[in-house]
Structures are given as structure tokens and as C-alpha cells.
Write a protein that binds this ligand. Structure first.
Ligand code: ADP
Length: 628
């Protein structure tokens, strides 16, 4: 039965991306939304949109009954689940089959098998696909597990059988730590997935994450769309992905692509999927897991092959054979994707929520932007804080890196904090140029990401101010700059939490910084300014300066409450009732999303009350402290 109307059971960039292909194929689209998404981009773009419920996931994007009802009410004949949410839930695929709605995804049985890390590994071992040496049996007694760990040899990685998104993984370096780490891994797994079964794996110390995109139809055809390197990770989460994998020998590539096809065939897979491998320093590679859905990073494979994977998914779901045979699928050039996140580099990269006051994402003829948000939308605590994916294609890798740098240089985000500067640093690093990045390099601080302020940066900012002739009202020291005569500027700003004061003069065709350094801004230098936020781009690096902000100060000084920015646990209360505190002083430390978060006073104040104690769990927006 041909599909003519598709419900997209997802939100954000992936819903938008799926709708784009549907439009091109003249298929009607149905969006669904929760409270926080009433005015979201995916809702606006779809032909029809239906309300699901509150931001509680169980009431909206994870509510199978409600989604099936909307599909029936709207007359949708198929559902695309995107990634995350219901995309890998076997019971969802089964429920759709029972309801007579086509699931644009993997067969329920494949979802079930690959959803368990132990079942997946056992299946692959049987099919003769190389797997990371380890233990993946049923017996979970401490004795058996610690014996198995010893046999594997330390370091050992403990993984939750039901795990995903890098959660519930623990590295154990020596036998003494094993029992402790095992208990903690089991606790975390129970909390996160309601299942405390684990597997053990040899911990690969210089690992590259290389994965193969596959696609299969219901007629027994299986093809690959080459590989992607996703080794640039932080906390086991991918940050930058590229295709093809640089530095991979032809022989290893061929072996890996063949192993991926074998793995796909072994489970009678249908649809688009990804076989993830981990590669060791000696080029040996092992099956890690299969993702039975479209991946966030599928765009880089599309760019090198010219294939639209969402179109292929739809064709396969309506029973067609794959549009191309393996020999007709060619890889051309190089593609890189960066994941742009709303997160705070100054605060352990915790999600940065709030209003996207301005979002400006550059594009070239060979690039694309996948984004579910626009200027004036908000990043909330309810969903993943990804703002966009920026993807670019070029003839070869060095060119592709340069193109991506250009795109990042010309993009700017204001309102929430973002990882733009971090992405630029990685792309400019020697390690990235030499594709010498392993999945743990960023976590192990192996790449120098320090970025001291440069006098050129000060000159570029001064140049921007002088050239743009800010109106006279603004030329005021309270805003961080003061004009002294026509060609001299006094500047005051903070960079990486340190206050800077400088005098810049325009002399002999150059800027003179503090009477010492000379610099004349180049055309590649850029300065993005929004209110008190300044982003200077120099040598492909981004420097985020903060000016004193009248408006922010005014509103902050009115705030009498310190709120929990996200759900979490109080780990330290640093003040008590009656204490006098200063602007910027840490009042309380929370643990949220496995990270520590310091909550600081936004003004000088006296503590009126402390409402929560150490070790208490708090909800988002809970009033932790009140100020006089
Ligand atoms: P999840 O399902 O939680 O994403 P994966 O099994 O896909 O977990 O692993 C996520 C990441 O963890 C990998 O991309 C890799 O960086 C790291 N990793 C996984 N297994 C190993 C291993 N055996 N040795 C070293 N690193 C590993």
C-alpha cells in the first residue's frame, strides 16, 4: 500500500528534517506536539498538527495510545518515529502493526534483539561478527562478574544491558575497584532504565568510533552507505561526525563494510540502521551495537552519496525494493557535521536554557542546517538542548574543515550559551587536522583548548565599535566602553570570568592596544554583537566577551529567589539564613545530569531563607533560597 500521509512522532530538528523530505515527495504530514511546542517550527511546517499533552513525556511524545489515536483521527497511514523517543521501542512497532498503521522503522523483532546489549552481542558472535572481548551472559552474581573481569583484563568497561546515550557506563582500572564500581553501575542502570543487568567489555584505550550506515528492504536486499567517524565525543556523546573515516586503510574499510552487511543480514533487518564499531590502535575493530533507526548524523552519509535516507526509509516501508544496488552507491568527497548545543562552557557544559534572543546560522551552497528552533524560541529543560546540526560537504577533508570553520565563524547565537567556541577550537586543533582524536581525547584533556585573550581580539572589538558608530547614548562607561576623542577607546569587559580593561588608539593606520601591540583587523576577523554579548572571531577561534549589562543587572537585582534550573540533588548548601552575600558568590551546589552546578547570587544581598537541605532531590524551578 503506498503511503500518502505520514505522522511524525517526534519534535525538533528531526521532525523538521523528515517533513522536508515528505514535502519533496508530495506526501502530507501530521505533526504532534506537547505544551512547550505549541508554536514550534515542526508544528508550523506540517500540513496538520495535533496536541498531545503536557511536557511530561509519558503524556506526549512517549504516549503510544495518544499518538495512534491522532494517526487514526488524521487519516495518517504511516508513522515516522525519528530518533530517540519511540523509535526503538518494539512495543510501539507492534502496536502500530496491530492498528494497521505502517511503522517507518525497523521490525519489532530487530528492535527487541538490538535493544539489549547482551542479546545483540550474542547474536553477532553467532553470526561471526567481531565483538569486543567481554562477558555478556545471564549470570549476574558478583563472583561470576568479577571473575569475568579478571579474565578480560583491566581496564574493563561496565555497560548497562539496557543502556543508551552513554549512560550507566563505568571504567574500572583495577580489580580492587571492581565491586564498588559494579554496584554503582547497577544502581545507575536501575534508576535510568529500570534494569540493572550489565555486560563487561575490555576497555579499549585509544578507541575510534566508526559506524556503518546500512539500509535493507523487505525483498532481502542489504546495502551500506559507507562509514562515518564519530570519535569526537564528550562524555560518550558525539560532538562532530564525518564521512568517510579519515586514515582508514582500504583493507580495513572493506572488512568493516562487509562485517556491517553480515550483521544486518544476521537479524533479517529492514530499513535504515547503523552498525557501530569500535576500532583499536592496531586497526582491529569490534561490533559495539546496532542503532535500529535513523541517526542524528545520517546527513554526512547523505552528503557523500547523494541519497536521501528518509526517502529510502519511506520507500522500504511501503514495500519497494531499494532504489540502488550496492555497485551504484558511490562515495564522493568529504562531509562533516557539528552538533550545536545550548550549553555553558563556563559551567561544565551543562545545558543552557532560556530565550534564543538571536540565532544566525550561516550556510554555503554545499552546506545545510537542520534546526528545530528559530530566533525567539526557547531552549527548555524538557528536551535535548541541541540547537542545530551544521553539515558541510567539500572535495576533500582539509577543504571540508575550512568550509566548516567559515560557517562557524559567520554564525552567532545569543541569549543562551552555546558550544560554538568549543566546536571552533576542536576544528582548529592539530589533533583534528591529523584525525588524531579518540573517543576519550576530550574527556582526558588531551587537546589543548585553552584560549588566552589576544590583543588582536581587543583591536577587532574596538574596530567594530568605531566603524559602526554606535549612537551617542551608548558611548557610556557603564556599557563597557567610552570614547576619548575621536580615535581613542577605553574598554571594559569580562572574558572567561576575568575582568579586562584596555585602551585602544587608532594610530598610523593600525590599532594600538595599551600602547604596546599593533593590529589591523583582517577581512577574516569578525565581530558579532548583541546587547552586552560580544563574540569576536579571530584565526578561526571565537572569543566570547561580556560587557556590563544595565538591563540584566536591573532585572537580576529584582530577583529575590534562587531557583533550581533543572531537576537534581542538592550536594552542598554554602550559606544560612541571615548571611550577607555578594554578587557572584556561590550559594548552593546541585548535582544535575551527573554534573555539578554552582548557583550564584545575582546581587549583593542578605539570605532570607534556605528552603532545601543537602541530599534533597529538587524539581526544576524549586525555590532553593530566598533573598531579603
Ligand atoms: P550507548 O548505547 O550508551 O551509546 P555504546 O555502547 O554505543 O553506548 O558506547 C558509547 C561510547 O562509549 C562509544 O562511542 C565509545 O566512545 C565508548 N565505548 C563503548 N565501548 C567501549 C569500549 N569497550 N572501550 C572503550 N570505549 C568504549
Amino acid at each position: 500500500m503506498p503511503i500518502s500521509k505520514i505522522l511524525i512522532a517526534n519534535r525538533g530538528e528531526i521532525a523538521v528534517r523528515i517533513i522536508q523530505t515528505c514535502r519533496r515527495l508530495n506526501l502530507r504530514t501530521v505533526a504532534v506536539f506537547a505544551d512547550a511546542d505549541r508554536y514550534a517550527k515542526h508544528v508550523e511546517m506540517a500540513d496538520e498538527a495535533y496536541y498531545l499533552g503536557t511536557t511530561d513525556l509519558a503524556d506526549s511524545y512517549l504516549n503510544i495510545e495518544k499518538i495512534i489515536k491522532v494517526a487514526k483521527d488524521s487519516g495518517a497511514d504511516a508513522i515516522h518515529p525519528g530518533y530517540g523517543f519511540l523509535s526503538e521501542r518494539a512495543n510501539f512497532a507492534q502496536a502500530l502493526e496491530n492498528a494497521g498503521i505502517t511503522f517507518i522503522g525497523a521490525p519489532a523483532e530487530a528492535l527487541r534483539l538490538m535493544g539489549s546489549k547482551s542479546a545483540a552481542k550474542q547474536t553477532m558472535l553467532q553470526a561471526d561478527v567481531p565483538c569486543v572481548p567481554g562477558y555478556q551472559e545471564e549470570d549476574q552474581s558478583i563472583e561470576v562478574l568479577s571473575q569475568a573481569a579478571k579474565k578480560i583484563g583491566f581496564p574493563v568497561l561496565i555497560k548497562a544491558v539496557a543502556g543508551g546515550g552513554g549512560k550507566g557506563m563505568k571504567i574500572v582500572h583495577q580489580a580492587n575497584d571492581f565491586t564498588n564500581q559494579l554496584e554503582s553501575a547497577k544502581r545507575e542502570a536501575m534508576n535510568a532504565f529500570g534494569d540493572d543487568h550489565v555486560i563487561l567489555e575490555k576497555y579499549i584505550t585509544q578507541p575510534k568510533h566508526i559506524e556503518v550506515q546500512v539500509c535493507a528492504d523487505t525483498h532481502g536486499n542489504v546495502v551500506h552507505l559507507f562509514e562515518r567517524d564519530c570519535s569526537t565525543q564528550r562524555r560518550y556523546q558525539k560532538v562532530i561526525e564525518e564521512a568517510p573515516a579519515a586514515g582508514l586503510s582500504d583493507a580495513t574499510r572493506t572488512d568493516m563494510l562487509n562485517a556491517a552487511i553480515k550483521a544486518t543480514q544476521a537479524i533479517d533487518y529492514v530499513g535504515a540502521g547503523t552498525i557501530e564499531f569500535i576500532m583499536d590502535g592496531d586497526d582491529s575493530f569490534y561490533f559495539m551495537e546496532m542503532n535500529t533507526r535513523l541517526q542524528v548524523e545520517h546527513r554526512v552519509s547523505e552528503m557523500i552519496t547523494g541519497i536521501d535516507l528518509v526517502e529510502w526509509q519511506i520507500r522500504v516501508a511501503q514495500g519497494e525494493t531499494l532504489p540502488l544496488k550496492q555497485t551504484k552507491i558511490q562515495a564522493k568527497g568529504h562531509a562533516i557535521q557539528v552538533r550545536l548545543y545550548a550549553e555553558d562552557p563556563g559551567n561544565n557544559y551543562l545545558p543552557s536554557t532560556g530565550l534564543l534572543e538571536q540565532i544566525n546560522l550561516a550556510q554555503t551552497e554545499n552546506s545545510l542546517v537542520d534546526s528545530g528552533v528559530r530566533t525567539s524560541d526557547s531552549v527548555t529543560i524538557h528536551y535535548d538542548p541541541m540547537i542545530a546540526k551544521l553539515v558541510v560537504w567539500a572535495k576533500n577533508r582539509p577543504k571540508c574543515i575550512r568550509e566548516m570553520q567559515k560557517i562557524l565563524n559567520h554564525s552567532a547565537i545569543f541569549g543562551v550559551k552555546s558550544n560554538l567556541a568549543f566546536l571552533s577550537q576542536i576544528l582548529s586543533s592539530k589533533a583534528f587536522a591529523k584525525h588524531n582524536i579518540f573517543t576519550n581525547s576530550l574527556d582526558n584533556d588531551e587537546i589543548d583548548l585553552s584560549q588566552p585573550l589576544h590583543s588582536a581580539v581587543i583591536a577587532i572589538f574596538a574596530h567594530h565599535l568605531l566603524q559602526n558608530q554606535y549612537d551617542n547614548q551608548a558611548w557610556h562607561s557603564a556599557n563597557g566602553w567610552r570614547l576619548q576623542g575621536a580615535q581613542s577607546l577605553q574598554l571594559k569587559f569580562t572574558y572567561q570570568d576575568t575582568t579586562h580593561e584596555h585602551v585602544v588608539n587608532w594610530e598610523n593606520g593600525e590599532y594600538l592596544i595599551d600602547g604596546k601591540d599593533h593590529y589591523l583587523p583582517q577581512t577574516s576577523d569578525l565581530c558579532h554583537v548583541h546587547r552586552n554579548q560580544v563574540q569576536v572571531v579571530h584565526n578561526n577561534l571565537r572569543y566570547e566577551l561580556l560587557l556590563p549589562d544595565y538591563e540584566a543587572k536591573a532585572s537580576a537585582s529584582n530577583a529575590n529567589e534562587i531557583l533550581a534550573p533543572m531537576p537534581g540533588k542538592i550536594i552542598e548548601v554554602k550559606v544560612q539564613q541571615g548571611d550577607a552575600v555578594e554578587l557572584g558568590q556561590t550559594l548552593i551546589v546541585m548535582e544535575a545530569m551527573k554534573m555539578e552546578l554552582e548557583l550564584k547570587s545575582q546581587r549583593d544581598a542578605v539570605i532570607k531563607s534556605v528552603n532545601h537541605e543537602k541530599a534533597e532531590q529538587v524539581k526544576a524551578d524549586a525555590v532553593l533560597i530566598e533573598l531579603e
